[in-house]
Structures are given as C-alpha cells and as structure tokens.
Ligand binder design. Structure first.
Ligand code: GTR
Length: 417
C-alpha cells in the first residue's frame, strides 16, 4: 500500500453505507414499480458528481460502419473474424474506433458476445496475424506534453493473450469483441483535444468552459462501448439480448458506467474496478477520491474535485453503481493481492446490492461472509476474490464463462455447435 493510504483492516474507521433503496426524500422503495424513479435519482447523482453527463448529441450519433473484413476464418478454424472502422463523430477528422470481433465458427445461430475495451491495442489480445495493427498512444515523458501516436510494435502481437482468453470464450460458444480504449480518448492528462469529447462540446465551448458536470474520459470510454454495442446488435449472428460488457480496473469502471447508462448490456463482468468503480468510497481502505482526482482528473467531471477528502460524504458509492446494473447478471471480481482496489469493499458492495436484486426476484450472493480465496459465490450476482495480483487471469475467465452459461444458458447446448 502506498504511504498515506490505509491498508490495515483494524484501522478502517466506522462508516455508514448509502442505501440504494432509500429515495432522496427519505421514502423507501419496496416494489419493482418504485425502482425506476429511484434508479433515475442514482443515475443523476453519478452524472453530477462523478462521471459527468453523456451529451445527448453523442448518444444520438449514428456512426457509419466501414467494414474492413467480415467473417474471415481465424484462430485455426475456431472463429470468424470481423474488423470494422467506426468514426465517432461527423467531422472528417473525428477519431475512428477499430472494432475487432470474433464469433464462434461453428455457431448455427446468433451467439452471445463479451465486449470490452483493451489497454494495449486489438493486436495485443490474441496471437493472430490477421488482426490489423492500429496505432497506439505513447504518453509523453514530460508533464504538460501531449501523447503521440505510435505504430503497434509487432513484437507485442498477442502479448495480452492470458488477459483476454479469446480461445476459451470461443470454445464455449461466446464471441469476443474489443476496441483499443485510446481510439476513443488517450489515457493522459490534459489530452481532451485528442479525445472524441471535443466533438461534442456545446457550440463554441472548450473543455475549460464546459459545465462542471460535462463528461470525462470514463464517460467517453463508456459511450464508446455503447457505440460498439450498436454495431454488434446490427449483426444477424450476434444475439442482441446477450451482449455482456467486461473491463479491468479503470476499464472496469468504464464497463460499470456503460452498463449503468445503457440497459441493453445484458450482463457485466467487472474485474477489480476498485474505487470509482465497485468498491466503497466510504470504507477508508486503499485508494481514495483524493488519489483518483489527483492522478486522473480527466477521468471524471469537474464536480468530482469537490469530494476530495470527503469520501464519506459524496452522495454516491460503489453499491449504488451496482444498483444501476441490477437486476442484470453481474460478476464482481477481486484479487487478494490488489488491496488498492479494496477487495472487501467490492464484496460488501455486492452483498448490499443483493437487496435490489431481491426486489426483482433475483438471487444475490446468498452470503454476507467474505468467501475464501478462489471460492466463487454465485447467484444472479456473483463474487470471487482470487489469489494473485491486479490482473485478469484464466481463473477469472473460467468463472465468467461458468456464470454466463448459468445466466444465459450454455451456447453449446443450443442446437448443433
Ligand atoms: C490505478 C488507479 C486505479 C485503477 C488502476 C488501473 O492507478 O489508481 O483506480 O484504475 O490504475 O486502471 O489499473
């Protein structure tokens, strides 16, 4: 644990969790019919205080799809590979999102698909010479200087194969779709002029004049996931009702926020999204708002800065973010060695949101005792803390597949595959 942050369970001060079922006027939601109004309040609170609002023009934008390759046989006959360029705004110089999709070659009908942003370029996710190598962003060593575009390093082709487990998904009948997050916005301070966000400011506005609840990078990444889902839903061989969204760490936060806003995402598999994601601000353990805002102010809306040092006062928290995903299938995954994310906080969020799942007749975790390491608990809401560090591992993917099989029904059992 870095100096100045609490990593000692015995030193966590007392705190009171926010109640996802308690409305701002103090009344308590007890029926499904009452949930919609409470849900809207929570969504607004996240827009206003954390992620900012996704501009209406961005929500409405209908991209054109430039299909580069469709259904090319790939991965030793296991998959059909599709690659599509999606310009993210009307302007000729708008950023272009390069989407990579694998569908199981043997599928006779529409397949469920797992969609997630990647950190290191599409060509990093699996060792496939057919994936186009697109440019990445290289951060500048000097503070204040913008990142620059660099060619993908061919030596790094497939170096994230363990983190993505593409073959495992395909073998179980799932498709995998991914986009390099930098296609939407480079992950760098003061780089908004290189982001898609600059195309959606109100006329004549710049980031500095933008409203205090204007979206940040996490908002833009989340929106990119929705635009990718639009494309996936246009395909006959994708089951539009079974698109799950996934992400690790900051991209777990983006996946959570994408599903919170866009209810078309049918399931969420979020790995170590930590503070600002699924763990609890109110639990003083690991990262803080002060750290997030200090290191990554551009991830959030300007209003977020007002909560620095007020982690127990901010009107939202991890359990409320999960409530926006309820009652859809949701997997919360922690790692024992990733104390910065606060595994126990992630678990306690998941326990608490079980009450919202119950409102819909869905099953929460079924326990409020932290499970042993590598022992997943699964209702319609699932949790594990696995051994190891901040990462996405084979173990994580094995549980995700098991969980999706349980929730969607195994694709392999649907007709001849
Ligand atoms: C850290 C940040 C975490 C998490 C992580 C990551 O530096 O403090 O909240 O987002 O980055 O994305 O790997």
């Amino acid at each position: 644990m870095p100096k100045g942050y609490n990593g000692d369970e015995a030193k966590v001060p007392a705190y009171v969790m926010l109640d996802p079922l308690k409305r701002d006027d103090g009344s308590v939601v007890t029926t499904r019919a009452q949930w919609g109004a409470r849900r809207a309040e929570i969504l607004r609170a996240f827009e206003e205080n954390v992620f900012g609002k996704t501009p209406e023009a961005a929500k409405k934008f209908k991209p054109k799809y430039a299909v580069v390759e469709k259904d090319a046989p790939a991965l030793d006959g296991l998959a059909l590979r599709t690659q599509v360029d999606i310009a993210l705004a009307k302007a000729a110089d708008a950023p272009v999102m390069h989407l990579l999709l694998y569908l199981p070659a043997k599928a006779k009908g529409p397949s469920p698909v797992v969609l997630g942003l990647n950190f290191a370029g599409n060509a990093s996710v699996v060792d496939d010479p057919g994936i186009r190598a697109t440019e990445l962003w290289k951060p500048s060593a000097k503070r204040g200087e913008l990142p620059t575009r660099v060619a993908f390093d061919e030596k790094r082709r497939g170096w994230q194969t363990q983190e993505w487990q593409v073959r495992m998904l395909l073998e179980h009948g799932y498709g995998l779709a991914t986009v390099y997050y930098g296609d939407i916005e480079p992950d760098a301070r003061d780089a908004v002029q290189l982001s898609v966000r600059q195309f959606y400011f109100a006329k004549g506005q710049t980031q500095t004049q933008a409203k205090a609840d204007a979206w940040g990078a996490l908002g833009a990444w989340a929106w990119g996931l929705s635009k990718a889902a639009d494309y996936l839903r246009s395909l006959k061989m994708v089951d539009a009702k079974e698109i799950a969204v996934t992400g690790h760490s900051r991209l777990g936060k983006a996946a959570d926020w994408a599903a919170a806003q866009d209810e078309r995402f049918a399931a969420v598999l979020s790995t170590e999204s930590g503070k600002g994601g699924q763990s609890l601000y109110r639990r003083e353990f690991g990262e803080t708002i002060g750290h997030l805002e200090g290191s990554f102010p551009y991830w959030f809306c300007a209003n977020y800065a007002q909560w620095v040092g007020k982690d127990r006062e901010i009107p939202v928290d991890g359990n409320l973010l999960l409530a926006l995903i309820a009652p859809r299938p949701l997997y919360v995954a922690s790692a024992e060695g990733d104390l910065w994310s606060d595994p126990r906080g992630e678990f306690l969020s998941a326990v608490d949101v079980g009450r919202v799942y119950a409102l819909f007749g869905k099953r929460g975790l079924g326990t409020d005792a932290m499970p042993a390491v590598n022992e997943p608990v699964m209702g319609d809401l699932a949790y594990h803390v696995r051994s190891g560090k901040h990462d996405v591992t084979v173990f994580d993917w094995e549980q995700y597949v098991r969980f999706l099989d349980k929730e969607f029904g195994s694709p392999l059992s649907r007709g001849a595959r």
